[in-house]
Ligand binder design. Structure first.
Ligand SMILES: O=C(O)CCC(=O)C(=O)O
Length: 355
């Protein structure tokens, strides 16, 4: 049942290889290729997933800062994720970002493949799955990965097709960065730390983007867009497709779907904030599942510590008998460990525990 039968026109071998490098090639698969099929015990069991009614929705425009801080603290402790509304990023910037992402993935495959690379160290690349050279089973996803900070350094290497890509994405990145830094201040305060504590520890933060494209999948029960993982960075700001859901988070040992909320960003705590908070806040396990009807897009923006930032549990959180549960490490050390593994292995932070 799982052998791939494609509707690929008769092509010579070289062209065929090119077409199968990414999923967004126009090929329609009627069965899931074997290399995407998860063993029975690792499948998503979609019928058992309930929709998460209670993922906190936080209004960032409230004038009551103390209340926002308290809501963020509760959300980070209980879920590791929340949806931010009235976040200050103009709707126009968001709509244009979603539009240009969709246009990009509709480009002819030859055009997109000019950017193809499976080398995670490349700062601008189109790729597929997660880490194709390391993983045993592939994921039903293509993605465009961009480094975004400092903008003037990276924008020149971004796609120039569609022609408005650079301008639209540049604007979006600036807005999202501002939002992320604002949320980091609120998170600092919610931990009882100085407003600038997180910013000071993380230094001149990098910013990366993954524009994710999940084509319709012939057998969504057998695979993932992205399997369960936590994010290795500090904070993730995710723009979800409003029409097509697919994001799920692990809550109390069960996978629950996060229905897209109009004009909201999904904000999730990454591994670095879990370490800095000495485990008080959770870097949430999340995954993207696929469906057989419609393509789905998401745009993840990641704020990352500078390479040499020294991450350690915040000193004020390791007093009064609370020992540091993670050893100190630099972000470079963490990031290279993260990319040397499969996405769905044990939490990478486990490797940095003091005991
Ligand atoms: O597509 C999604 O909803 C999740 C994306 C994600 O987890 C990621 O890019 O790391």
């Amino acid at each position: 049942m799982c052998s791939s039968s494609t509707k690929l026109p008769s092509l010579n071998r070289e062209v065929g290889v090119m077409y199968t490098k990414v999923l967004s090639s126009g090929i329609q698969y009627s069965n899931l290729p074997e290399s995407y099929v998860r063993p029975e015990s690792e499948r998503p069991r979609l019928s058992e997933v309930s929709s998460c009614e209670d993922v906190p929705v936080i209004d960032l425009s409230s004038l009551n800062r103390a209340q926002i801080v308290q809501q963020i603290g509760e959300a980070c402790r209980s879920h590791g994720v929340f949806q931010a509304i009235n976040h200050g990023v103009p709707l126009e910037a968001v709509d244009k970002m979603a539009g240009i992402a969709s246009e990009f993935f509709k480009l002819p495959v030859e055009e997109k493949l000019k950017l193809y690379s499976d080398d995670p160290s490349k700062t601008t690349r189109l790729s597929t799955s997660f880490n194709v050279k390391k993983e045993k089973v592939h994921n039903w996803r293509d993605y465009l990965r961009l480094h975004c900070y400092p903008l003037d350094k990276y924008v020149p290497e971004w796609p120039s097709n569609p022609t408005s890509f650079k301008e639209i994405v540049r604007k979006y990145c600036m807005e999202v960065r501002e939002l992320g830094l604002r949320i980091e201040e609120l998170i600092s305060e919610s931990l009882g730390l100085e407003k600038d504590y997180i910013k000071n520890v993380l230094g001149q933060q990098g910013q990366h983007m993954a524009v994710n494209f999940y084509p319709p999948c012939p057998e969504p029960e057998l695979t993932y867009g992205l399997p369960g993982h936590t994010d290795p960075n500090a904070l993730t700001i995710l723009l979800q497709d409003l029409q097509v859901s697919g994001l799920q988070v692990l809550k109390d040992g069960k996978w629950v779907a996060i229905s897209p909320h109009p004009n909201a960003f999904v904000i999730n705590i990454g591994d670095q904030l879990q370490a800095l908070s000495n485990g008080i806040y959770k870097s949430v396990w999340h995954r993207a599942v696929v469906n057989s009807d419609k393509p789905r897009l998401s745009v993840a923006s990641f704020l990352c510590p500078e390479d040499e930032a020294l991450i350690s549990p915040a000193k004020p959180l390791t007093q009064d008998g609370c020992a540091a549960i993670y050893r100190d490490f630099t972000y470079t050390e963490y990031y290279s460990k993260f990319w040397s593994r499969n996405l769905d292995q044990e939490h990478c932070l486990e490797l940095f525990k003091t005991k």
